[in-house]
Design a binder for this molecule. Structure first.
Ligand code: MRU
Length: 369
């Protein structure tokens, strides 16, 4: 997507030095646009864990490039395979909920295992990392085309009046390699000239909505309004939300959806108000092993300081302030699970299906057992 007049992905190999991965450091947005160089597995692990990069698709792509850096390091280590296995374990341990992470690491291990010499292994790791990134971008582009049809239907029903979409957190291009999942249909609708407006949940505690989604939509010129996290139900009761589209970090093959904390409450409000609630995801965000999302999906718990503090821009610099009494404990659950019964449909790169096992496996028959 464009930043100013330049087109960017969120992660790429550095031109002129392919031993370095470059990424947009999202901790600095929306205030500063900073590109970071990553040249070791340890740096990539820190970038994922400390959320320089975040969002399911981008975490997967970062892990793919991390394994390429691991192959470069392994070539200098005493035992290639041991170094690779240890790097894979380190990368997998960085964050627990987004399934794309383990999926990308395993895809790299399987690919590298097919090569014989060290230089072949490095080349396979490089091209697999690039393929994971490009597939992610292409799948998100297709999600945009399928989701566009939903928005067109609503626009027709409303006689051309603006379509209001509510989204939670950031499942935009910053959460993937390009286009985004939840935002891809929004960008496609806006680009095709449909009048569209987005309600952007701020998404405490890290404010991925008010910082990242708002920044993206602004850069692309999409009309939007940032709302406090508790506002969505009120807007739905007043008929001011036509459609909810969110992303997901892991969806079971039976249709249970893990996404940023607070998603479940939006799904409940949507159900009570007959507002369609869609989840947009590339197939890399399905967990083909897990049946029961509530019981099985690991929910990340992050540090209490993210809840106790907020950061922003003041006097030309990024500042952090405490917003709770110092002594008050805080809990920080990163994700929740929305049961399939609350989900109207899943928007995937192959089309739209119901959030149930039969329809998901009919769309992805290669995963049927
Ligand atoms: O903690 P994050 O920022 O990595 O969480 C991921 C998210 O941004 C959301 O849960 C998103 O809606 C799904 S990831 C495409």
């Amino acid at each position: 997507m464009n930043v100013g007049d330049r087109n960017y992905r969120t992660i790429w190999l550095k031109g002129g030095d392919e031993a370095v991965v470059q990424l947009i450091d999202q901790r600095q947005l929306p205030h500063r646009f900073v590109i970071e160089d990553i040249s070791t597995v340890e740096q990539m692990c820190a970038a994922i864990r400390d959320m320089h990069v975040r969002g399911a698709g981008l975490i997967g792509a970062a892990a793919g490039y991390g394994m390429y850096l691991a192959a470069l390091e392994a070539a200098r280590a005493a035992v290639f395979d041991e170094h690779l296995t240890s790097a894979a374990a380190q990368l997998k341990a960085t964050r627990p909920t987004a399934v794309n992470l383990a999926w990308a690491v395993q895809r790299q291990l399987d690919a590298i295992a097919t090569a014989n010499t060290t230089s072949e292994k490095i080349e396979v790791a490089r091209s697999t990392a690039e393929t994971i990134a490009s597939e992610d971008a292409e799948h998100c582009r297709s999600i945009g085309q399928h989701g566009l049809e939903l928005i067109q239907q609503i626009a027709r029903r409303k006689g051309g009046k603006r379509v209001n979409v509510l989204t939670h957190c950031n499942a935009g291009w910053l959460a993937f390699v390009d286009h985004g999942s939840a935002t891809a249909p929004i960008y496609a609708a806006h680009d095709s000239g449909l009048p569209i407006h987005v309600w952007v949940d701020e998404t405490r505690p890290r404010n991925q909505g008010s910082k990242l989604t708002a920044w993206e939509l602004n850069e692309h010129g999409v009309p939007h309004t940032v709302i406090a996290d508790n506002t969505g139900g009120h807007l739905m009761q007043r008929g001011e939300v036509d459609l909810v589209i969110v992303g997901t970090d892991r969806t079971t093959y039976t249709g249970d959806v893990a996404n940023k904390i607070g998603t479940y409450l939006k799904a409940l409000a949507a159900k009570d108000n007959n507002v369609p609630f869609y989840v947009a995801l590339p197939s890399s965000s399905f967990d083909w092993q897990m049946r029961d999302g509530l019981a099985e999906i690991p929910i990340e718990e992050r540090g209490a300081e993210e809840v106790k503090h907020a950061d922003g821009w003041a006097d030309g610099r990024q500042v952090e302030v405490r917003v709770t009494p110092e002594a008050s404990p805080a809990a920080n659950y990163g994700f929740d699970v929305t049961p399939r019964r609350l989900v109207t449909g899943l928007i995937t790169e192959r089309g739209i299906c119901k959030a149930d096992e039969a329809e998901i496996l009919a769309m992805f028959p290669e995963h049927a057992r």
